[in-house]
Design a protein around this ligand. Structure first.
Ligand code: SF4
Length: 511
C-alpha cells in the first residue's frame, strides 16, 4: 500500500481527470510538471484530478488511479505528460490495456490530451491518437482545455485555433505558447511525496524551478529551441517559494530545475541561501561547465553533492565549439581539478557519438579526454561515469536535417569506444543502444504514420521483441529499414528556413 503526503481526495466534482505519466512512479514524482498539473487541476472545484503511473498500481482492469483505484477508462479526460520518446509506446499501451481505443477517430471517450517538450517539437506521431496536443508551456494551455471540458459540448471545436493548442482534425498554423514572465509560472508549494518505500530521483526533495530555456542554443538541443527565450524567476520570490515549500513538505533537500543554471551572483546567492542560510541539501540536475566555478562547487559540496556532472558532448574542442557548446578542454580540466580538491568523489560525463561531421579522430578525442580526467585523481572504482549515447536528431533544432549513422556504423563506433574505455575499474560506461537511438529518432522526426507503428507495437506489448513483431507486420526487416521508412518525414522539418541556414553554416564552417 502506497502511503503519500499531500494527496487530494474529493467527493463532489463534475469532471474526472487522470494525470497519466507513462513511466515509473519515482520518475513521475521527480518531475515538476506532474506536481504542477496535479495541484492546478484540483484547484477547480468542478474537477477531481487523480494520478496514474506506469508501474503502480495496476489491476486486471488495466491501469487505475493511485488515489481511488479508478480505472483509466472511467475518466472523462486523460492528460498525458510525455518527456521522453521511449515513453510513447507506454502511453499507447496504457490505453490498450485499459480497454481504451487508441485511435482518436474510433474513440468516443475519454478525451486524450498530450503535452511535453517532445510533443511540442514534433506532434505528428500522436495525430492518430490524441484529441488535443499542447504546443508549448502548460500555463497557457491547460486552463483553456479544462475550461472547455467543464463547459461541455464539442471540446475539440471549442479549442481549435487557440494559441498553443493543436487539434489534429483542425490543422492550421499553431503558435507555440510560452510564458513571458516566469514569475507567473505554476509553482506548487505542496508536492505529493511517498512517506516510505519510494524515493524520487533527487531523493525526498522540494522541486523549485529557477529558469526556462538556455542562451547557448546548442544546435542539437531540444530544450534550448523549445523553451526559448531564456527566462528566470525573480530571486526573492524563488527564495520565498523554497522556504515555504521545504517547511510544508517537511523535506531537507531542494532540487533546482533549470537548463541553464545561472553562473552569476543570482546563482551563487541562491545556493548560499539554500545551503548556508537554510542548511539544506542541494541537487542541480543540469548545470553548465562554465557555471561550475570554485564558489559554486564549494556550495554544491557543502550541500551534500558528491558527484559533479558535466556534458562535454564531444572530446574534440573544435567540433564542440561548432555545436555551440563553447567550452575549452582547459575549462573542463580546471572544473574537475577543483572538484577533486573540494572532495567530489566522482565525475559523470555525457558524450555523443554519430554526430554530424564526426570522424574517427573525434572518437579518439573522447578517449583521450577521459584518460586526462583520470589523471586528475579520479582513480577510485566507478569514479568516472561516462554516459555515451548516439546522437539523435530532433525536429525544431538545426540538427533536424542531420541523418543518423547506419545501425552498423553506430554499433562499430560504440564498440570502438567501449573496447578502449572499459576494463578500467575507475571507469563505468552506460548509454542508449543504437537501436534505442533509431526508435527515438523516428519518433522525434517522423510523421503521423509513426502513430500506426506505435499502436501496432503497443498491441503486442512494449519490449523490443514486440516492436520486432510490429515491424514484421509492416514488412520491415531491420533497424536501417525502420529508420529509412519513418525518420525525417515530419512536415515541420521543411517549415523553418532559419534552421536550415544555421545547419548549412555548421556544414560549411572550418573544423
Ligand atoms: S548548454 Fe545545455 S541546455 Fe544549454 S543549449 Fe547547450 S545542451 Fe542545451
Amino acid at each position: 500500500m502506497l502511503r503519500e503526503s499531500n494527496v487530494i481526495y474529493k467527493k463532489r466534482y463534475s469532471l474526472s481527470v487522470a494525470i497519466a505519466y507513462p513511466s515509473l512512479y519515482n520518475v513521475a514524482i521527480s518531475t515538476l510538471s506532474f506536481h504542477m498539473l496535479y495541484f492546478k487541476l484540483n484547484e477547480y472545484s468542478e474537477v477531481y484530478a487523480e494520478r496514474v503511473v506506469y508501474d503502480k498500481p495496476s489491476s486486471g482492469n488495466g491501469f487505475v488511479s493511485i488515489e481511488t483505484s479508478k480505472p483509466l477508462s472511467k475518466f472523462d479526460a486523460i492528460f498525458f505528460s510525455v518527456h521522453y520518446e521511449l515513453d510513447y509506446v507506454r502511453l499507447v499501451r496504457m490505453l490498450i490495456s485499459s480497454n481504451i481505443e487508441p485511435r482518436r477517430r474510433k474513440r468516443r471517450k475519454p478525451l486524450i490530451i498530450v503535452g511535453g517538450p517532445c510533443v511540442t517539437s514534433n506532434p505528428y506521431p500522436l495525430f492518430k491518437i490524441a484529441n488535443v496536443i499542447g504546443v508549448g508551456e502548460m500555463e497557457g494551455i491547460v486552463p483553456e482545455v479544462i475550461e472547455a471540458l467543464i463547459k461541455g459540448g464539442e471540446v475539440e471545436d471549442e479549442l481549435a485555433g487557440k494559441r498553443g493548442i493543436l487539434i489534429p482534425d483542425h490543422i492550421g498554423k499553431v503558435e507555440r505558447y510560452w510564458l513571458k514572465d516566469l514569475n507567473n509560472a505554476w509553482s506548487p508549494t505542496l508536492h505529493v511525496l511517498p512517506k516510505e518505500g519510494y524515493e524520487g530521483i533527487y531523493g525526498r526533495a522540494f522541486l523549485a524551478e529557477v529558469s526556462r530555456g538556455c542562451t547557448n542554443m546548442c544546435l542539437f538541443c531540444l530544450l534550448a529551441y523549445h523553451f526559448c527565450p531564456e527566462r528566470r524567476k525573480d530571486l526573492a520570490k524563488l527564495k520565498r517559494e523554497i522556504e515555504r515549500g521545504v517547511e510544508l513538505n517537511d523535506v531537507k533537500s531542494v532540487a533546482l530545475i533549470s537548463s541553464n543554471y545561472p553562473s552569476d551572483s543570482y546563482g551563487i546567492d541562491l545556493l548560499n541561501f539554500i545551503v548556508r542560510d537554510l542548511g539544506l541539501n542541494i541537487s542541480i540536475p543540469s548545470i553548465r561547465i562554465e557555471a561550475l566555478n570554485e564558489s559554486v562547487l564549494e556550495l554544491l559540496r557543502e550541500g551534500g553533492q558528491r558527484i559533479v556532472t558535466i556534458a562535454p558532448e564531444t572530446g574534440n574542442e573544435g567540433l564542440r565549439f561548432l555545436l555551440n557548446k563553447k567550452v575549452r578542454d582547459e575549462e573542463i580540466f580546471t572544473v574537475l581539478k577543483n572538484a577533486r580538491k573540494l572532495g567530489f568523489r566522482a565525475v559523470k560525463m555525457y558524450f555523443m557519438y554519430g554526430l554530424p561531421r564526426e570522424g574517427k579522430e573525434d572518437l579518439d578525442s573522447i578517449i583521450s579526454l577521459v584518460k586526462k580526467v583520470k589523471k586528475l585523481g579520479f582513480n577510485d572504482r566507478n569514479s568516472i561515469r561516462i554516459s555515451i549515447n548516439p546522437f539523435i536528431s530532433k525536429t525544431g533544432t538545426p540538427f533536424q536535417f542531420a541523418d543518423l549513422d547506419s545501425y552498423e556504423e553506430l554499433l562499430l563506433k560504440r564498440k570502438y569506444l567501449y573496447e578502449r574505455l572499459s576494463g578500467d575499474p575507475s571507469i563505468r560506461l552506460s548509454g542508449y543502444s543504437p537501436r534505442d537511438a533509431i526508435i527515438q529518432a523516428i519518433i522525434s522526426t517522423g510523421n503521423e504514420e509513426v502513430g500506426d507503428l506505435l499502436i501496432s507495437w503497443a498491441s503486442f506489448g512494449t519490449g523490443i521483441g514486440n516492436l520486432r513483431k510490429a515491424m514484421k507486420t509492416y514488412g520491415i526487416k531491420n533497424w536501417n529499414e525502420l529508420y529509412g521508412r519513418y525518420a525525417k518525414k515530419s512536415p515541420l522539418i521543411t517549415k523553418f528556413p532559419r534552421l536550415e541556414k544555421v545547419w548549412n553554416d555548421f556544414l560549411s564552417k572550418e573544423l
